[in-house]
Design a protein around this ligand. Structure first.
Ligand code: Q9C
Ligand code: ZN
Length: 691
């Protein structure tokens, strides 16, 4: 035994077992959820001398009967047997029936070791043999449903251990527990397993992005508060966007989680500790620092007499997860107070989400009834729309979830900083204060971090404005063009890129100068009202065309097909949609573009950006609809003042012609969003409901 027993010394369990590395992709394909994750964490802890200060445990396989307390017999059997020889030829096909799952010869053992590890450490913490514990396990668990593997998860490790304590070890006195799921993804499986159970308060904070972030189901919404006796014991905090960091999580801790934990008074806390909301995670798009994680954990240690069990869930940047787990281990071990500070303010959307959650739950938790001080609501930071990919090499490789490698071209330093210098900076120098939190520093030679919080210090001294032909600059920036009208139909949109016309169009499109196809096409829904207005367009002839109400409303839902194109192409589409491509010297070639990089920043700040040069066109207003894969989502619609004119009858409101209607329905159906019947109902509703 190492150090002499100090009675104040915390007994922290640390579980790691190399056998959990045997679960891997069957043919060595690259995958973010890979064995190096737990190895990297363990190596980091070893290099810092952490294991010597902990009680190190190895894994035990979970007994079937314990796993079966949250999973169906069928699922237990499948996962227990999937690695056996007789499944050799069927493993791939079976995996493909699940969402984001792979299996190999090591999967069965690893899955039951992960679940068994959680049982092991939870029992020891509940008994008081340990004060707290960290289980460095994989595969992760929180997406696993009663009868379904999902999202890299085979067995729901935390749920199995929670049920074990409640049902199998009543003598340990664990009658109510709090599960805090801070993985960037919603813990859908865990939520489901305890949805009607008041003995488990499940709290998940996750990216939701209005239902478009993985697992992209509506059960991650704040409306899901539990059912029957479990009503009030399920709390979801669904972020509207990425970029959430320390300040946002602290705001949720202080205004939601801690007040609830205080009144609930749990006997133990289990943390579904994914670290994919960490800064630089390739899947999460958020930016919690190791200091942020240590604060989140420290604040929870004030409850349940410090009985805390942490279970690794996601987290896919090896450095980020290793440093974050290290920070957490130190918190559990050390009696020293934390040092550090949180620079940024919460995002504006964070206060909105907190208010929604509190409103939903205040009848169950009176502590959530307090109004947020007005002063908090006005001091917030705004999201930043431009991906800053400062890299010392010219290319950096990021793995996507499916294992394929995507090569991102690093954006040239000058291209990024120069347009930023045009961003509106308010009197309080808001941008400067906010910059470090927003700027990912991926192996960057230029370090924009706490040591160097002043982005302006890094401005190149030469003003390059005017020297760069706009097309080449804008061709290096990608955006999502979100289409909610006829461009949802792929062949139709391609006319604006490649040129030409499809059936129903009166005149052909000239196409964009850069005729390369969109890099990606994805769908999303947005909380905006779709409606039809105007009565005639050159391209479509008689009938109204689709618009989005520029203001968002959470009761509205519009389908949107998003094309990943360059900002140069976006400009060309914008010109064509406003039929300004022939006249107007600024188009097609020389002159100035309608929308430059810095405009995206302004659009992000204000959500919409009317373009003076287009005010005669019908789509003169750029909407910023958040981001996807760190790229801004832009669309075009009418201006706010036109809404008033449509309402008053000054400008006509009319439904789509049959040809236009057919194109919309075709786009939705071929895009596999909804059935033909649903598409027709959706369009009819948009065309008939009063604005
Ligand atoms: N287009 C955990 O972090 N992504 N799971 C699939 C499909 C799956 C994450 C994307 C992400 C699963 C434990
Ligand atoms: Zn996750």
């Amino acid at each position: 035994m190492a150090a002499p027993e100090d009675p104040r010394r915390r007994r922290v369990g640390l579980l790691y077992d190399e056998r959990m590395c045997r679960h891997a992709t069957p043919d060595g394909e690259i995958h973010p959820e890979n064995p190096d994750r737990i190895r990297a964490i363990w190596q980091k802890l070893e290099s810092e001398g952490i294991p010597q200060r902990c009680i190190v445990l190895s894994a035990k396989e979970a007994e079937d009967k314990y796993i079966a307390s949250v999973h169906t017999q069928r699922h237990v059997k499948l996962i227990k047997n999937i690695s056996s020889k007789k499944f050799n030829s069927r493993r791939l096909r079976i995996a493909s029936n699940f969402n984001s799952i792979y299996f190999n010869k090591g999967s069965s053992e690893a899955a039951s070791l992960a679940a068994g590890s959680l049982i092991e450490v939870s029992e020891k913490v509940a008994k008081g043999d340990l004060d707290s514990a960290i289980a460095i396990v994989r595969p992760p668990g929180h997406h696993a449903e009663p009868d379904e593997a999902m999202g890299f998860c085979l067995f729901n490790n935390v749920a199995i251990a929670a049920n074990f304590l409640l049902n199998e070890r009543p003598e340990l006195g664990i009658r109510k527990m709090l599960i805090v799921d801070w993985d960037v993804h919603h813990g859908n499986g865990t939520q489901n397993m305890f949805y009607k159970d008041p003995r488990v308060l499940f709290f998940s904070v996750h990216r939701f992005d209005f239902g478009s972030f993985y697992p992209a189901r509506d059960d991650g919404s704040y409306c899901m508060i539990g059912e029957g006796p479990g009503a009030g014991y399920n709390i979801n905090v669904p972020w509207e966007q990425g970029q959430c960091g320390d300040a946002d999580y602290m705001a949720v801790w202080d205004h939601v989680l801690l007040p609830v934990a205080e009144s609930y008074n749990p006997d133990i806390i289990m943390i579904s500790a994914g670290f994919d909301a960490a800064v630089d995670d390739p899947l999460g798009g958020c930016c919690i620092t190791p200091y942020g994680y240590s604060l989140m954990l420290k604040k929870l240690m004030g409850f349940a007499q410090g009985k805390i069990v942490m279970a690794l869930e996601g987290g896919y940047n090896l450095k980020s997860i290793a440093n974050s787990v290290l920070a957490c281990a130190k918190v559990l071990l050390e009696e020293k107070p934390l040092v550090g500070s949180i620079e940024a303010q919460p995002l504006e959307s964070t206060w909105r989400v907190i208010q929604e959650v509190c409103h939903e739950l205040k009848t169950f938790w009176p502590a959530l009834s307090v109004e947020l001080p007005q002063k908090l609501l006005v001091s917030c930071r705004r999201p930043c729309s431009i991906e800053l990919n400062l890299s010392s090499s010219s290319e950096s490789t990021v793995e996507n979830d499916e294992g394929a490698s995507t090569t991102l071209c690093a954006t040239n330093f000058v291209d990024i900083i120069e347009p930023l210098s045009k961003l509106n900076i308010d009197e309080d120098n808001h941008w400067k204060a906010v910059a470090p939190d927003h700027i990912p520093t991926k192996q960057s030679s230029v370090v924009l971090s706490e040591e160097c919080p002043n982005a302006q210090a890094l401005m190149p001294d030469k003003n390059v404005d005017g020297c760069t032909p706009w097309r080449s600059v804008l061709s290096e920036t990608e955006v999502w063009y979100g289409s909610y009208g006829s461009n949802m139909w792929n062949p139709e949109f391609l006319c604006y890129i490649k040129g030409g016309k499809v059936e129903g169009m009166n005149e052909p499109c000239p196409g964009s100068r850069d005729k390369s196809s969109p890099k990606d096409v994805i769908w999303k829904t947005v909380p905006h009202r779709l409606f039809f207005a105007r009565s005639l367009t050159c391209r479509w002839g008689k009938g109204g065309v689709a618009f989005l109400h520029p203001e968002s409303n959470k009761n509205d839902k519009a389908y949107m097909c998003m094309y990943r194109i360059t900002l140069e192409q976006f400009n060309d589409v914008l010109l064509q949609e406003n039929s300004l491509h022939q006249e107007n010297g600024r188009s097609q070639g020389a002159g100035t573009p309608l929308l430059v990089l810095s405009d995206i920043g302004v659009a992000a700040e204000n959500k919409s950006l009317p373009l003076e040069a287009l005010k005669a066109g019908c789509y003169s207003n750029i909407l910023y609809l958040g981001e996807e894969d760190n790229l801004p989502i832009l669309t075009m619609t009418c201006s706010c003042s036109e809404i008033d004119q449509f309402r008053s009858g000054e400008l006509p409101v009319s439904g789509p012609s049959n040809g236009y209607m057919n194109t919309l329905v075709r786009g939705l159906v071929e895009g596999k969003q909804i059935t033909r019947e649903e598409a027709i109902a959706y369009i009819n509703d948009a065309a008939t409901r009063e604005l």
